[in-house]
Design a protein. Structure first.
Length: 307
């Protein structure tokens, strides 16, 4: 089966822009930059969180839904159509260089006038057997904003630290009367949140002895009883993949995500960021919009270097 990325190294080593990350943000930026006739390279480790989406129904233009892998494949084809080069690999180091930036990784080196970081985040999930298969079946869902609608009227368990999971449960109460918080650890819920949880009729279940996933849902076993739910939302936070930007001194927020200006430029001149790596709402529509803004700003910043 043909690899979705080129396996051979591109002959060119100097680029107008190197995009680090091949998710929706990185690939959208590549489409824009290639259509601006810029020399653009996408270096992708193949770990976009979009690949875990079995079918999204809130991605603009896909009324019948689209899987994450189908969307990524379409974006790759579109980027290549206009001349972007896509390369499988990872970037280990990012440094300032005379002409812009120097990137190294996988026994290769690249030079770029501009760099766009689109490395995203990693969802923190519990170690439960069969978790990935349950995500594919839609039993386990990772984004209440993306697919809360699809859980309408179903029995929903939100698993995580008590305070954090309670806030997500409040949001999901929009879609169902049957929402419970399942605590992943002992802890307190802030008084205001606890009051809201009670008023909304959200049950709070102490740390369970066992969580088991099957084809029909999830079983939560306590000390004396077992409960069944249709949908299981891990709500344990995320880990930003912003090491490269931070290594150059780019500012990050309290969650470790990259701070950017209105042009998606970081605090490091000519270093840009877009997508889930950027502080804000983690959504495909947001990521692609940010990518369009960043790519246009990158092109304009290179105005003295016409293609």
């Amino acid at each position: 089966m043909q690899s979705p990325m080129r396996t051979l190294r591109a002959k060119r080593t100097d680029w107008d822009c190197v995009v680090v990350g091949g998710g929706p943000a990185g690939l959208t930026a590549a489409v824009y930059l290639a259509r601006f006739r810029r020399r653009v390279l996408v270096i992708d480790a193949g770990r976009s969180r979009a690949r875990y989406i079995p079918r999204s129904h809130n991605c603009p233009g896909f009324a019948q839904g689209v899987s994450g892998n189908a969307l990524l494949s379409a974006l790759r084809r579109q980027a290549r159509r206009y001349g972007a080069v896509l390369e499988r690999g990872s970037v280990e180091t990012l440094r300032r260089a005379r002409a812009g930036f120097s990137l190294e990784g996988d026994s290769a080196q690249w030079q770029a006038s501009r760099v766009l970081i689109a490395t995203g985040i990693v969802d923190l999930v519990p170690k439960i057997p069969g978790l990935r298969a349950a995500i594919a079946r839609g039993v386990v869902r990772l984004c209440p904003i993306c697919d809360g609608f699809e859980a309408s009227g179903r029995r929903i368990a939100v698993y995580g630290p008590p305070q954090y999971a309670s806030r997500h449960a409040e949001f999901l109460r929009t879609y169902s009367r049957h929402v419970a918080v399942v605590c992943s650890e002992p802890g307190e819920i802030a008084p205001a949140t606890a009051r809201s949880v009670r008023e909304l009729g959200i049950e709070v279940i102490p740390v369970p002895q066992r969580i088991a996933l099957d084809a029909h849902g999830v079983r939560i076993r306590g000390s004396s009883s077992e409960r069944r739910f249709d949908v299981f939302y891990p709500s344990m936070g995320f880990e930003p993949k912003c090491r490269l930007a931070a290594s150059l001194g780019a500012e990050v927020d309290a969650d470790g995500e990259i701070r950017v200006d209105c042009h998606l430029e970081t605090s490091v001149r000519h270093l840009y960021a877009a997508g889930d790596a950027v502080s804000g709402l983690h959504q495909i529509a947001v990521s692609t919009g940010q990518a369009a803004i960043a790519a246009t700003a990158i092109h304009n910043s290179l105005a003295g270097r016409r293609p």
